[in-house]
Write a protein that binds this ligand. Structure first.
Ligand SMILES: Cc1cc2nc3c(=O)[nH]c(=O)nc-3n(C[C@H](O)[C@H](O)[C@H](O)COP(=O)(O)O)c2cc1C
Length: 215
């Protein structure tokens, strides 16, 4: 694997660092030892994610970014330096996969809004038709959500990664986490209401508080 700076600090990036006075910080990043593999921290983070963004490079030179989502575990580390995920049939424009046939380079950003953390990864992707994919790989990535049809699997050999600072990540938590956090409060309200009833108080109907649901 390479340092993130080795891939990202192109001459025009270095020139911008010089112009804006951060070249020294850039130089220190260039001297960090490169990672040798995806570690537990990266793989655990990847395995819990339910969504991320992936950028590919079009033949016209334009970057193209698309969202990918699924149940936690739909994207996983397989081996020291490879990440795998299913690629679902969608609007049949085949933009990401078509771009990969021209240039395998991809950039991913995975954001955990509940923990306010983000991981950037750069790598080279190849795709394998679902019919030709290793059954063990298919089993590891788990079932699709709803009626999504897996057309192929993407295998991304990660060349570098970088953890970003958590600044400016809005705090968002899943419907399940909201429900879990409300549970003790609801139990407490139940208890208080029963005490009131025992004391002869006519307890008014509790307002409806719908549990947040996924669409
Ligand atoms: C019924 C259905 C279910 C889908 N489910 C998912 C899904 O769970 N996760 C996902 O990333 N894309 C899913 N897709 C595909 C996306 O909506 C989208 O079409 C696809 O990512 C387009 O990729 P592209 O822009 O690279 O061509 C689904 C599409 C359909 C039609």
């Amino acid at each position: 694997m390479k340092r993130f700076a080795d891939l990202a600090f192109t001459p025009s990036v270095v020139a911008a660092q010089q112009r804006y006075g951060s070249r020294e910080i850039g130089r220190r990043l260039e001297q960090r030892p490169p990672p040798t593999a995806l570690g537990d921290r990266e793989c655990d983070f990847i395995a819990q994610c339910e969504s991320f963004f992936i950028a590919t490079v079009g033949a016209g030179g334009w970057p193209y970014v698309q969202h990918r989502g699924g149940a936690a575990g739909f994207v996983r580390c397989i081996g020291d330096d490879t990440v795998a995920l299913p690629d679902y049939r969608g609007n049949r424009q085949y933009l990401s996969v078509g771009n990969l046939d021209h240039d395998g380079r991809v950039a991913l950003i995975i954001v955990d809004f509940a923990e306010q953390q983000r991981l950037k990864l750069m790598g080279r992707a190849r795709h394998v038709d679902a019919a030709d994919a290793d059954p063990d790989l298919i089993a590891r990535l788990g079932p699709s959500v709803g009626n999504a049809l897996v057309e192929r699997y993407l295998l991304i050999r990660i060349e570098s990664f970088d953890w970003n600072c958590p600044q400016h990540i809005p705090l968002r938590i899943s419907p399940e986490a909201v429900a879990a956090r409300l549970q003790p409060l609801n139990r407490h309200i139940d208890h208080l209401e029963s005490l009131l009833r025992e004391a002869g108080v006519d307890v008014p109907q509790r307002p409806d508080t719908p549990t947040p649901r996924r669409p």
